[in-house]
Structures are given as structure tokens and as C-alpha cells.
Design a binder for this molecule. Structure first.
Ligand code: 4UU
Length: 531
């Protein structure tokens, strides 16, 4: 077992709102908290906190309180911060929804989380409304931030001018957020993160990442996902840096926003690193303001990291973690240039890890020099979730009685505490940093009348990034093309979940218990690609 080399983090016994905004000094209130990268509109910390309080007041007037769940489906715009923190300030729990989701996926999250109020924006209203109708959320509980006929708007709610309510709860027990994650297996589940989980991860990041007040932080990674939620919406705001929001990734717009707002830190996922390293547009852009590019959510290749560092003349860092750990557990700190960029660096303060040999179940031996043998990484710390909502079986599979979270990721570790992710034990696929659950795609594939059996795994594309690939067994006597398979899946899932490669096989390899042997499919794939 290893513990972070850093001193423990002190986790205050506070709500997310009190911790982030309770101690704002006079000098900090008029600093810019958020810039809308599209319009240039600025929100100061004073304005943000004012709006958050007004929204909490409006929710309280509608009897939204501790124990209620409010859903939020919204791209990265400044109002996201108002609504997100307003929900928490009212004592309710925020369930953030992937803005690419289909109406069916949205409806399933609304039902599972038990959301009674739903906030969205007009461009996403058709999908939101279809989902709300399915689950019985009425139009007067479906708030459209920028306004739409028949729905309350953000302006309506803030305009009521109500004060934030007096509420009380135990930050160590009360759920702040319910993001959805498929974890190691199966369909997305609600990850129960308490106020303490979120506060802890911010305090840990403060010691390990190193943002400063003067920093302008590009906020293109979605706030609905735990990476954007904790690192941008919570950690960067606690550092009193300025967020520059972008509602979606588009390379030309991304480069324009960096240049125009002189962004100093870019938080990205690896596919953006590929663009930064290779794309010709980058050569013409002014990226001279960028000091640090920080990658997470999927493996970052070492040569790719070097190429970005050279081309932008900046530091490239990497972080690792998962929704179930709020998310950050490991980072390469900015002040450790000697660390290999393809590693995930050190454990965060107050975080413990074990690397467990999957065959023997015991801790791997850590040699005096070089890296250990690979094993599954286990995590313990104040950022570890309470469990999956309404799913004690899935919780017990991942979180053991001693508080160790079994990540399903395979890592090595060195004697000086440097970790490297080398493989994945679990079935989860990461496409552009987004979760893709094979179980969801397999169910969609099996629903096709001409498909007898199917399995999905992640395979590398030509840039080394992971894409979902389907192995399909066609019904006896039926005809089916790869294009038909791709089109069928695309009809039923969000764009990032599409199957992007198809191979027809005679039989899906399975264990005697009927479990898909994904490692056999991976071996087959590796043999075919000559790896
Ligand atoms: C190899 O993607 C995330 C969390 C991202 C994150 C964490 C700490 C970003 C910045 C940061 O500092 O969460 P999930 O739940 O969507 O996906 C979790 C899974 C992990 O279990 C692992 O398989 O995503 C993969 N993953 C990584 N894999 C996350 N980060 C890495 C990484 N290298 N750096």
C-alpha cells in the first residue's frame, strides 16, 4: 500500500457553496469568474454568488430542498455555474446529464435519479421535452434558461429576488451530485458524491495542480462530466481563476478563444492533444499565452505529450481518476518536469493506493529500481464515492468493506511512487474521453433482427485513440453489411456512443458462465493489427 508523498489535505466540514464562496474576500469579488468565450460577456465572482443565491431562493420557494434531485442538461455556458451551484445551495442534489444523450437516455437518467425539476437550454429543449414527457415532468418544472414559450426561464426565477434559504445538512453524508457512470461494467449508474467528496477533491487539487488567481482557464471540457465539474467549475473557481467557456469543441473556435482571451491553462482530453500536435491550423494560431496543457480522462501517449509541449512551448501534465473518485486521484504536478509525461504522476494528498496482482490477489512487489509488475489499482481517500444510487450490488462489487475502490484499471508503480496506467481490466470504453458502455451497445445490437450475437470492445484508431468496435454474429441465412450495423446503432445512441468499426465473426467467445471474454477479442484484434 502506498500513500501520497505530500502532506495530508485538510478537508473542512463545509458545504460546496460555503467552501467555494463563503470566504470570498473584498478583493476577489470583482474579479472575473467566468467569461463566455462565444460572446465575451463577463460574470464577476460577486455576480455569480448573487445569482447562485437568487436561484437557491427561487428553488426554495418551490419547495425544492434537501432530499430533492434536480437535473441539468446544458452545454458549457456561464449560466451552467449559476444553476449548478444554485441547486447545491438550495440543498438539492444536481444530476448532470450528458448534452449529447438521446431522449431515451435522458429519460432513463431522470427516472433513475428521481429528478423532479429539470433545467435546460432552448437548443436542447426538443430532446429534454421528449424525455420530460416520458417521465411526467410537467412544463412548469422544465426550466429553459434562455427562455421558451410555456416554460419558466432563468431570468424569471432570478427576477423574483428571493433570498437563499437557511438549510442544514451533514456535508459528509448529504449528496451534492449524482453524475452517471457505467463504472467497471454494465449500464450508467448514479454515482453518489457527497459535499465532502467534492470539497475534498478541490482541497487535494489545490496542493497538487497549481492554478493561480491570474490564470485564465479554458473550459471546453463539459461541466456535466466529473472532470469539468470538479476541476473547472469547483477547483478553478476556488483558485479565483477565470473560466472561459466554450459550448462545444471546434478546433478553429478553440484556437480563436485561446488567442482572444489569452488562456493560460488548457484542460483537455487526449484527442485534443492530437489536434494540438498535428493540425495545420495550430501553426497559424497565437497560443503564446498557454503555460500548461493538462490532459486526463484517457491515456496520453508520451510522444504525443512531447509534441504538444514542443509545438506550444508549454508544460504538459496528466491527471488520472474516475467519476467514482470525484474524480482526481493522481497527477503529474507542474513542478515535476523530470516525470515521464505518459505516467499519471503521484497520488494526491490524503489518497492511498494499492496495486493488486489480478492472478494472485496480493499487492505487487515494488522493486528498488524500475516499475512493478502490472496490477489493478485500488484507491482509498476522502474523494471516494458513497456508492451507486439504489444499487448495493454494483456498489459492493466496486467498493470493498475496507473502503478500497477497485478501479478496474491496470497500473504499474515505482519505488518513488510514480504510477502508469498500462491497461484496462473493465469493459468501459473511452471515446474522446467520454464513457461508452459496451453493455448499452450490445443491447442495441442484439435488438437487430438479423444479429444473433454481438460484443463490443475499444480498439485504437490510426491516431492511437480508442474507438468502439462491434464483433457481430449474423443470424443463420441472413445478410448484413457493416454499414447497416453502424447505421442501426447510430439510430439508437448518442453520437459519441456510435460503433465505429465492425467485424463479423462466427461466435462471440464466452466463459462457461456466459460472460463475454473481452480479453480474447482484444487478443484477436491485436493479432489482426500486427500489434
Ligand atoms: C488512462 O474520465 C474521468 C476522469 C477524468 C479525469 C480525472 C482526473 C480527468 C482529469 C484528472 O485530473 O472519469 P470517468 O469516470 O469518465 O472515466 C474513468 C476512467 C478511468 O477508470 C480510466 O479507465 O477513465 C480512464 N482514465 C484514464 N486512463 C481517466 N484518466 C486516465 C488517464 N490515463 N490519465
Amino acid at each position: 500500500m502506498a500513500r501520497s508523498p505530500r502532506p495530508d489535505a485538510t478537508v473542512p466540514d463545509a458545504s460546496v457553496f460555503e467552501y467555494l464562496f463563503g470566504g470570498l474576500g473584498e478583493g476577489e469579488l470583482d474579479a472575473v469568474a467566468i467569461v463566455d468565450g462565444t460572446s465575451g460577456a463577463e460574470t464577476t465572482y460577486r455576480q455569480l454568488v448573487g445569482q447562485v443565491s437568487l436561484l437557491a431562493g427561487a428553488l426554495a420557494a418551490r419547495e425544492v430542498a434537501v432530499g430533492d434531485v434536480v437535473a441539468l442538461l446544458c452545454p458549457n455556458v456561464p449560466a451552467f455555474a449559476t444553476v449548478f451551484h444554485g441547486i447545491l445551495r438550495a440543498g438539492a442534489t444536481a444530476t448532470t446529464v450528458n448534452s449529447l444523450y438521446t431522449p431515451e437516455e435522458i429519460a432513463s437518467q431522470l427516472t433513475d435519479s428521481g429528478a423532479t425539476w429539470f433545467f435546460t437550454v432552448s437548443p436542447l429543449l426538443p430532446g429534454a421535452k421528449a424525455a420530460a414527457e416520458q417521465v411526467g415532468i410537467a412544463d412548469d418544472h422544465l426550466v429553459v434558461l434562455d427562455g421558451a414559450e410555456g416554460h419558466p426561464s432563468l431570468r424569471d426565477l432570478l427576477g423574483e429576488g428571493r433570498p437563499a434559504p437557511d438549510i442544514s445538512f451533514d456535508p459528509a453524508e448529504h449528496l451534492a451530485v449524482l453524475p452517471y457512470s457505467s463504472g467497471t461494467t454494465g449500464r450508467p449508474k448514479g454515482v453518489m458524491l457527497t459535499h465532502r467528496n467534492l470539497v475534498a477533491n478541490v482541497t487535494q487539487n489545490i496542493q497538487a495542480i497549481g492554478l493561480e488567481r491570474e490564470d485564465r482557464v479554458l473550459a471546453v471540457l463539459p461541466f456535466f462530466h466529473i472532470y469539468g465539474m470538479t476541476v473547472l467549475l469547483n477547483y478553478a473557481l476556488k483558485c479565483r481563476a477565470s473560466l472561459v467557456t466554450m459550448p462545444r469543441f471546434d478546433l478553429a473556435e478553440f484556437l480563436r478563444v485561446i488567442g482572444e482571451y489569452r488562456a493560460t491553462w488548457l484542460f483537455i482530453a487526449p484527442p485534443i492533444a492530437v489536434a494540438l500536435a498535428k493540425h495545420p491550423l495550430v501553426a497559424q494560431a497565437d497560443l503564446s499565452s498557454v503555460k500548461v496543457v493538462f490532459s486526463g480522462a484517457a491515456p496520453l501517449d508520451g510522444a504525443l505529450a512531447e509534441a504538444v509541449a514542443d509545438r506550444l512551448d508549454c508544460i504538459v501534465c496528466q491527471g488520472y481518476g474516475m467519476t467514482e473518485t470525484s474524480p482526481v486521484t493522481h497527477v503529474i504536478p507542474v513542478d515535476r518536469p523530470e516525470l515521464d509525461r505518459s505516467s499519471i504522476g503521484h497520488l494526491l494528498p490524503s489518497t492511498e493506493a494499492r496495486v493488486i496482482d489480478v492472478e494472485t490477489g496480493s499487492d505487487v512487489e515494488v522493486p528498488a529500481e524500475g516499475a512493478s509488475r502490472p496490477g489493478e489499482i485500488w484507491i482509498r481517500g476522502p474523494q471516494v464515492m458513497k456508492g451507486y444510487l439504489g444499487n448495493p450490488e454494483a456498489t459492493a462489487e466496486m467498493l470493498d468493506a475496507d473502503g478500497w475502490l477497485h478501479t478496474g484499471d491496470i497500473a504499474t508503480v515505482t519505488a518513488d511512487g510514480v504510477y502508469r496506467i498500462v491497461d484496462r481490466l473493465k469493459e468501459l470504453i473511452k471515446y474522446k474521453g467520454y464513457q461508452v458502455a459496451p453493455a448499452v451497445l450490445e443491447a442495441v445490437l442484439l435488438a437487430h433482427p438479423r444479429i444473433a450475437d454481438a460484443a463490443v470492445i475499444g480498439v485504437p484508431d490510426e491516431d492511437g485513440q480508442e474507438i468502439p468496435k462491434a464483433f457481430v454474429v449474423v443470424q443463420a441465412g441472413a445478410d448484413l453489411t457493416a454499414e447497416e450495423v453502424v447505421a442501426h446503432v447510430a439510430e439508437h445512441v448518442a453520437p459519441h456512443e456510435k460503433v465505429r468499426a465492425v467485424e463479423f465473426i462466427d461466435v462471440v467467445p464466452k466463459s462457461t458462465a456466459g460472460k463475454i471474454l473481452r480479453k480474447d477479442l482484444r487478443a484477436r484484434q491485436a493479432a489482426a493489427s500486427g500489434a
